[in-house]
Write a new protein. Structure first.
Length: 381
């Protein structure tokens, strides 16, 4: 898993995300402000331990409150069998506490803290019991997940097409064509990245950055070829990496088509995509060789908007003022990003000043704040 990355489906980042969870009732249901009937489950993370207050909870929406008492930045994950991520909260700095609100059907899971945001984590067993009705029993929420899946399918089809064009250019030795296609292909990847991250080793195989590699980890994927194109300037031996990239992308797309989304995945994914920009990509750490980061910024913003659009009927019904605020903040963030358009694309990251990047980050953070209210709103009965 990448550090400073999030989970979700299609263009949003979803399943697991940091949400502002509400208070709970005591009947195993969901309270009006989005908390679980289990109450908030405290998680105390240190550099050597991951103490989860309870190892069992009633099925349905569950809130984990993660406090980092260690000296390293940490992450907290909830895994379904097969190491599929169903919830995550990233970038929990020492001394900070963050909430994770996820919907857990009855079954067995694993929790994990990752001190330093590396490795497989300090794991423990967790069980959800009972037969809580899924949130998709609500007709509007069920429709929201269907609408979003339709959007995701359109993005995955384009991802395969553009990745194929990119791979063919690399294998043909056409560096200039490959450079032109690189940020466009990655646009579709960034829109489906959250769900991609739920499939264990496939995400880093496709999208690992050189700085994120662990000792002994093989480097493959978009960014390895990016370095060949912009730094090494030799793609004569990049054919096998290109072939593997396309094969891995096709595998991700096949797996993504089988994932059943929950409404909380949409809400959380929308927030997580924005957090990726504000807490990591804004520094230029993503496309560090090509500096094409603003294409990724736009893709993350579009993915977040698509998830919120799918949930809009529910948001308007429960909190019309929040719906209006979201519209305004999306427009403001897009207007700020639009300042850096260049032709059919964007300026390079290293062409922006620190002041311009700060203004862009501020606009994204201003949007992320009201989006953080969507998950508890969706979970509330």
């Amino acid at each position: 898993m990448r550090t400073s990355r999030l989970l979700t489906f299609g263009a949003v980042p979803a399943l697991a995300v940091v949400a502002l969870a509400g208070c709970a009732d005591d009947k195993g249901g969901t309270s009006a402000d989005g908390g679980s009937g289990n109450g908030k489950i405290a998680v105390t993370a240190t550099d050597t331990e991951c103490k989860v207050e309870k190892t069992q909870a009633a099925s349905g929406p569950v809130t984990f409150t993660v406090s980092n008492k260690g000296g390293k930045v940490t992450e907290f994950y909830v895994y379904a069998p097969g190491d599929r991520i169903v919830g995550e909260v990233e970038n929990v700095a020492p001394g900070l506490t963050r909430d994770l609100l996820v919907e857990l059907p009855a079954g067995t899971y694993e929790t994990a803290c990752k001190p330093g945001m590396i490795g497989s984590g300090i794991r423990g067993s967790f069980t959800a019991t009972g037969s809580a009705a899924p949130l998709t029993d609500d007709a509007k929420l069920a429709q929201a997940t269907k609408d979003y899946q339709t959007y995701v399918k359109s993005q995955t089809g384009a991802l395969i097409d553009k990745t194929t064009e990119f791979v063919n250019a690399v294998k043909a030795g056409d560096a200039e064509k490959a450079k032109a296609i690189f940020p466009i292909a990655r646009t579709y990847w960034e829109r489906i990245e959250p769900v991609a991250e739920s499939f264990g080793d496939l995400d880093p195989a496709i999208d690992a950055r050189e700085a994120d590699l662990e000792p002994g980890q093989e480097w493959t994927g978009f960014h390895k070829i990016e370095k060949d194109l912009w730094v090494t300037k030799d793609i004569s031996k990049s054919g096998p990496d290109a072939d593997k990239l396309l094969a891995d992308v096709k595998t991700i797309v096949d797996k993504a088509a089988t994932v059943q989304l929950s409404p909380l995945e949409l809400a959380n994914g929308a927030k997580e995509l924005l957090d990726e920009v504000a807490t990591g990509k804004i520094t230029g750490e993503e496309d560090t060789f090509s500096h094409t980061d603003l294409w990724d910024f736009q893709a993350n913003l579009e993915g977040s908007r698509a998830a919120i659009a799918a949930l809009r009927p529910v948001i308007e019904e429960k909190d019309a003022a929040l719906a209006k605020t979201l519209d305004d903040k999306f427009a403001a963030a897009q207007a700020e990003l639009d300042k850096y358009r260049s032709g059919d694309g964007w300026k390079l990251h290293n062409e922006l000043t620190e002041a311009q990047l700060k203004a862009l980050g501020d606009a994204i953070n201003a949007l992320a704040e009201p989006i953080s209210k969507v998950a508890p709103l969706v979970a509330a009965k």
